[in-house]
Write a protein that binds this ligand. Structure first.
Ligand code: ATP
Ligand code: MG
Length: 585
């Protein structure tokens, strides 16, 4: 049995499944052990000849066997359905619980944990927990009941032989525990080799364009060959060990059976003990039945330690407290005024602040640019505005209300965001654009309108399936610029009081950029819009530009003001004009 705060309630929830499953298993175990006795009696009857004269005895035996077969069939079906079913149900419940919790966790959690490791929790660890609740329960019950009943019956038939064979039997149980541990280690190594192989293959296919561009195919083939050979060797090592182990155990068990026969013949021939040929066959059958619980106990102990470790890892995820939580929230109508008030921010794992003493005010309806070189802290600033991280009290205000006092749902609902990485889902273009809503809540016109505003409509209608075109791995691959524009359309359709574009027009040419900016100016009239960029062309016509450098605000003003006052801005304009000239030549 496995206990822990996340699994205890399953015993109550699935009590009847456990109950009927275990009862059925015990019934099957009991009836299964009646068969050797009937066979034993039949053999004794055949030997003495009574069975040939007394047909009633034979008929009774056959009927009994028939009844037992029906009971075992029903019982086996019941326990399999109930006990394996419990495993599968618990796995599904836990997966639900984990996913619901994962969705609540803050963005920072995902920055710290690798997706691969998280996926392993959802696959390997949950499977181990399922096996323990399924197979583990069966092993435990079989060990207790099948083992105990078989052993008692063996004692009753011949306690001397039973005492003698108990020594190697206990030995096998203990060995199976230790050898099982070693086998598990080999299994783990084999599993790791397989993971390496699959990681390599996946990365190779994902990065195939880089590999081809750098003509690295031959090196990749060699590398693959090494990893594949390693995988082969570890598989073979496991297989060799496994084969040797199972052959050795079968050999020892057969030796014990031979010993039982030798002892049995001795007792049959002797007169001191009432021991018949029928008793001997019955006894050997019990012994054969006993081998499973003997081995099961070793497997059970190993499985339990694996399941405990897996439950520990899963609990760690479930124990994780979301960093961003709502406390004492107040509701406020967000109009679009943004104030940064001496904000300093440092990532929890960094030594120095990424943003220092940031102060500025953006009034409702302004269209503002945040300009800065790469790494200057622009995306961090925007993430803070979306409340992806906690900030000191009163350092960011929305309409003069501390952002920490607003619920993060309220904050994010009122802000449209076009992220820098433009992630799109493997779904239709339509569903991607309508992402902020339920797909059937949005009419086609709204979708087309926002695609027109972000200047991607013409591209979409050129696809054979138009807005129904599936994007992503199993569908059409969009160009960088098309992706950006679909991502813009997805945010525009919300048209909230505040919109943030994080470097969202960097992959489109300046003419398209101009078109999108003009559309935005019309659509966003009287609403706050923030354009993050490292390109002067994006921000030069905006109402205000906030120039960031190494996490500090170095200048604020419009294009002409900054041209006069800020040496850094002048330098950026000079360099980008030069760049443009070179590109145009
Ligand atoms: P770009 O124009 O290239 O998008 P940016 O101005 O948006 O750059 P940010 O992404 O805000 O820059 O990053 C600012 C600094 O913060 C960088 O030095 C980056 O390495 C660091 N940084 C970003 N995310 C984290 C994080 N989760 N933990 C620690 N440091 C981070
Ligand atoms: Mg950025």
């Amino acid at each position: 049995m496995l206990f822990g705060k996340y699994v205890n309630n399953f015993y109550r929830k699935y009590f009847w499944f456990f109950f009927f499953g275990i009862v059925a298993l015990i019934v099957v175990d009991y009836f299964q052990l009646l068969i050797p006795e009937i066979f034993g009696n039949l053999i004794d009857g055949a030997e003495s000849g009574t069975i040939f004269t007394n047909h009633q005895e034979l008929n009774k035996a056959v009927m009994w066997i028939g009844c037992i077969a029906i009971i075992m069939f029903t019982g086996r079906f019941t326990w399999r359905y109930c006990i394996f079913g419990v495993g599968v149900r618990i796995e599904a419940d836990m997966r639900d619980m984990m996913f619901l919790h994962s969705e609540e966790l803050s963005y920072s959690y995902y920055k710290k944990h690798k997706t691969g490791a998280l996926m392993a929790l959802y696959t390997n660890d949950l499977q181990t927990i399922r096996s323990y609740f399924g197979q583990g329960t069966i092993m435990l019950i079989d060990f207790i009941f099948l083992g105990a009943i078989a052993l008692v019956k063996m004692f009753i038939i011949n306690w001397i032989i039973t005492l003698v064979i108990l020594i190697p039997a206990v030995g096998i149980a203990i060995c199976s525990l230790f050898l099982g541990k070693r086998m598990e280690e080999k299994f783990r190594v084999r599993q790791q080799a397989y993971e390496d192989l699959s990681d390599f293959t996946q990365e190779n296919f994902t990065g195939i364009s880089v590999i081809k561009a750098f003509v690295k195919e031959e090196e990749e083939k060699k590398e693959f060959n090494n990893i594949n050979t390693d995988n082969y060797n570890k598989n073979m090592a496991f297989l060799r060990y496994y084969m040797l182990l199972s052959i050795a155990i079968t050999l020892i068990l057969n030796l014990i059976v031979a010993g039982i026969f030798a002892g049995g013949v001795y007792f049959i021939a002797g007169t001191s003990f009432n021991f018949t040929i029928g008793n001997l066959t019955e006894y050997v059958s019990y012994f054969n039945t006993l081998t499973w619980p003997m081995m099961a106990i070793g497997q059970l102990i190993n499985l339990r330690s694996q399941a405990k470790a897996s439950l520990g890892r899963v609990s760690e995820l479930l124990d994780e407290v979301p960093e961003i939580r709502d406390e004492n929230v107040i509701t406020s109508q967000i109009q679009g005024k943004i104030t940064f008030n001496h904000l300093t921010f440092q990532y929890s794992d960094a030594d120095t602040p990424i943003l220092s003493d940031i102060s500025f005010v953006i009034n409702k309806g302004q269209m503002v640019g945040i300009l800065g070189k790469t790494g200057s802290g622009k995306s961090t600033l925007v993430d803070l505005l979306l409340r992806m991280y906690n900030v000191p009290a009163n350092s960011i205000l929305l309409d003069d209300v501390d952002i920490m006092k607003l619920s993060f749902k309220q904050v994010r609902d009122n802000i449209g965001y076009v992220p820098q990485d433009n992630f799109l889902f493997s779904d239709t273009v339509r569903n991607n654009i309508a992402f902020a809503f339920n797909a059937d809540e949005v009419d086609d016109k709204a979708i087309v309108d926002s695609a027109i505003l972000s200047d991607v409509h013409d591209n979409i209608v050129e696809f054979a399936q138009g807005y129904q075109t599936i994007l992503g791995e199993r569908g059409v691959t969009l160009s960088g610029g098309q992706k950006q524009r679909v991502s813009i359309a997805r945010a525009l359709i919300k048209n909230p009081p505040i919109m943030i574009f994080d470097d969202s027009v960097s992959a489109v040419d300046t003419k398209t950029e101009e078109k999108i900016l003009t559309n935005l100016r019309n659509l966003r009239h009287n609403k706050t819009t923030i354009m993050v960029s490292h390109r002067i062309s994006t921000v030069k016509d905006l109402d205000m530009i906030i120039l960031l450098d190494e996490g500090k605000v170095v200048a604020i003003g419009n294009h002409n003001e900054l041209l006069k006052s800020s040496p850094l801005y002048q330098e950026m304009v000079r360099l980008q004009t030069l760049e443009e000239e070179v590109n145009n030549d």
